[in-house]
Design a binder for this molecule. Structure first.
Ligand SMILES: Cc1cc2nc3c(=O)[nH]c(=O)nc-3n(C[C@H](O)[C@H](O)[C@H](O)COP(=O)(O)O)c2cc1C
Length: 327
């Protein structure tokens, strides 16, 4: 088994963190990843503290494995921010932050409630800030990543800078969808990998079939790094990576509402504006092909629908075999 400083710290057996991915990273997916030995994550931003506590409490009873909660603080009510983070930290092993500057107060709340804190960063400077804020580990995200992208350079170049700068365990994120890519990140010195796109097609993620098929068909060169899907995201010029086909479909779509979505936890339905960034689950209706179909360059590793456990086993097994060649 691949044991690293990350697996020792968190207590999981496989150095794979499944990315929090809005509604696509639901408790079923997180529990399946955790059962398979990885760190399973759910995104809990946008909800009040009692709902966060309830969701995570139920998740805790679904798996004995390692679970965590993901926050993008831009979408957390500032009046409830500390309570939300405290509610999460009291239920899970890891509380994970992305897309705002590292914040020592939030990290302290996480620690005070018995969890580990981590921050996904896109530069050496941000990595230093996360460590100064007290994070227990960090995630270095390269420009190859799917979803919103904080990194501005390739993952290996970023890892080289970050690993030379910080002492805490570092996970690598962006473009890692195979055991081969995972082995490369570990060989470069990362303590594990964070994987998003490949888990979107996991049976448990409940992505929309049109989205799943588009990912299976796509190759790495079919993704695009853009700021186009900026509606409702503060600030709107936040770069992200998704399938070029959905950008083209949105550009040529006639009208401003592309379809309807549904909140995973509340069941509330809402209209989706053209260029609004969302995670397209099977409950969405309308012009799915013109919605934000997030994809990293890791999409080359997406070949079929499979269980989260098979994805974890496949990636970790291949990485281990490749790394053994050099021992
Ligand atoms: C569908 C999708 C949704 C994402 N949503 C989030 C999110 O809600 N929170 C977050 O911290 N990162 C999010 N990310 C980014 C991931 O944390 C991670 O950086 C990325 O998936 C790594 O690249 P990969 O997709 O090539 O594996 C998302 C990524 C994808 C693909």
């Amino acid at each position: 088994m691949l044991s690293t400083r990350f697996t020792d710290l968190v207590g999981c057996s496989v150095p794979i963190q499944q990315a929090g991915m809005g509604d696509l990273a639901n408790p079923r997916l997180a529990a399946a990843v955790a059962d398979a030995g990885g760190l399973g994550m759910v995104s809990v931003y946008g909800y009040p503290p009692d709902l966060i506590a309830d969701v995570l409490d139920r998740l805790r009873h679904q798996t004995a494995g390692c679970i965590g909660a993901n926050f993008i603080m831009l979408f957390v009510d500032p009046d409830q921010a500390h309570e939300c983070v405290a509610a999460a930290a009291s239920k899970v092993r890891v509380v994970d932050f992305f897309h705002t500057d590292p914040d020592a107060v939030l990290v302290e709340i996480v620690h005070n409630h018995g969890a580990l804190a981590c921050w996904q960063v896109g530069s050496k400077e941000e990595a230093e800030a996360a460590v100064a804020a007290g994070c227990d580990f960090i995630i270095a995200q390269g420009i190859e990543a799917g979803g919103h992208v904080r990194g501005r350079i390739g993952l290996l170049a970023l890892l080289s800078e970050v690993l030379d700068t910080v002492d805490v365990p570092v996970l690598a994120a962006g473009g890692i969808g195979t055991g081969r890519a995972m082995a490369a990140a570990l060989a470069a010195g990362a303590d594990g990998v964070r994987v998003g796109t490949r888990f979107v097609v996991a049976e448990e993620a409940e992505a929309h079939p049109t989205y799943i098929n588009a990912l299976i068909e796509a190759r790495p060169q079919d993704t695009v790094y853009t700021e186009a899907f900026g509606v409702g995201w503060p600030p709107p010029d936040a770069p992200h990576r998704l399938l070029r086909s959905c950008l083209q479909a949105a550009e040529s779509f006639q009208g401003e509402i592309v379809g309807e979505g549904m909140d995973y936890y509340t069941g509330e339905r809402f209209p989706i504006e053209r260029f609004h960034p969302i995670g397209v689950t099977k409950s969405y209706t309308g012009a799915i092909e013109a919605m934000s179909l997030w994809a990293g360059e890791s999409v080359g590793g997406v070949k079929k629908i499979e269980s989260a456990a098979d994805i974890v086993r496949d990636m970790a097994g291949e990485a281990e075999r490749l790394l053994r060649r050099w021992r």
